[in-house]
Design a protein around this ligand. Structure first.
Ligand code: AMP
Length: 288
């Protein structure tokens, strides 16, 4: 497995593979890898096909964190991540320092960036101003460095995946975007690097997000008529807020393609929510 820490080395390696006609499957991550990331790597391997190469990037991108967010507390362990990548049969890891991804001294102040202006407005975009600008800018940089044929994203970050697909469509990036299902713990909690911060009671109460999704699914599936979003929102709020350390940030019910909110929720409507569990902010989503 090749480990590149510089943009030039990664570009050089990917360029060599491309000249040999090798297909490249790419999985961008922020590291502290878990079974969700590993499932994306397996998918990338399948997508790249026989003789193809799988590239994983590990980079905690500062520009997608707000000034009061958990950038400095975000879990990191490159040694452990490299071991997991090696065991997963990854061909190359790109793990750049900030000075590589952003020109020296310009972290977050690049004069060129990529902004999606429609799908990124609500939910995570409203709760975390500047977040998607950081995401689309860093993903565009990564695509220009790795130049993958296929990039695999997780359904866990539904809005992110939708925004990235829009960017790729609008800017004609020559890459196929594939979305892999959310991998969950046995009790339903969506796997996340941030879960490592949930100990004891916090971990037990974090499952409330999944319970809220199951509850909404049950209500919608039992009803023949559309269910008022207002009513579902109140139910979700009750479920989350009855946990002593949990607090709902938002829950939205929307059309899966446009992310436009609906007033009547039916089968096929998408649901996304964010909640604080102690000092950790978790998100989850599902098709109802
Ligand atoms: P992150 O390292 O959290 O930025 O995530 C990197 C990629 O892994 C993103 O495409 C995420 O959507 C995806 N991912 C994170 N958690 C999961 C999960 N539990 N199941 C599937 N994909 C995930």
């Amino acid at each position: 497995m090749q480990v590149s820490k510089s943009v030039a080395a990664m570009q050089h390696l990917a360029e060599r593979w491309r000249r040999q006609g090798v297909r490249i499957g790419f999985v961008p991550t922020m590291g502290y890898l878990h079974a969700g990331h590993l499932s994306l790597m397996r998918r990338a391997r399948r997508e790249a096909g026989g003789g193809g190469k799988v590239v994983v990037s590990i980079y905690v991108n500062p520009t997608q964190f707000g000034p009061k967010e958990d950038f400095s507390r975000y879990p990191r362990d490159l040694k452990r991540d490299l071991k997991l990548c090696r065991a997963a049969g990854v061909d190359a890891v790109f793990a750049p320092p900030d000075g590589q991804m952003y020109h020296a001294g310009t972290v977050g102040r690049d004069s060129t960036c990529v902004v999606e202006e429609e799908l990124s407005q609500r939910m995570e975009g409203a709760a975390r101003p500047g977040h998607f600008r950081g995401v689309t800018t860093v993903v565009a940089k990564l695509f220009n460095i790795v130049r993958p044929d296929v990039a695999v994203f997780g359904a866990k970050d539904y809005q992110q995946e939708t925004v990235v697909r829009r960017m790729v469509r609008d800017l004609y990036f020559p890459v196929k975007i594939v979305v892999a299902p959310t991998v969950r713990e046995p009790d339903g909690l969506a796997m996340s690097s941030r879960n490592t911060r949930l100990k004891g009671e916090l971990r037990a109460q974090a499952v409330a997000l999944w319970r809220a999704i199951l509850r909404a699914q049950a209500v919608v599936r039992q009803s023949t008529a559309p269910v008022p979003a207002k009513r579902l929102r109140a139910e979700v709020e009750k479920l989350i807020d009855r946990e002593p350390v949990a607090r709902l940030d938002y829950v939205e019910f929307f059309e899966p393609e446009t992310l436009l909110p609906v007033t009547g929720v039916r089968r096929g409507t998408h649901m996304a929510l964010a909640a604080w569990v102690g000092k950790t902010r978790l998100i989850d989503n599902a098709r109802l």
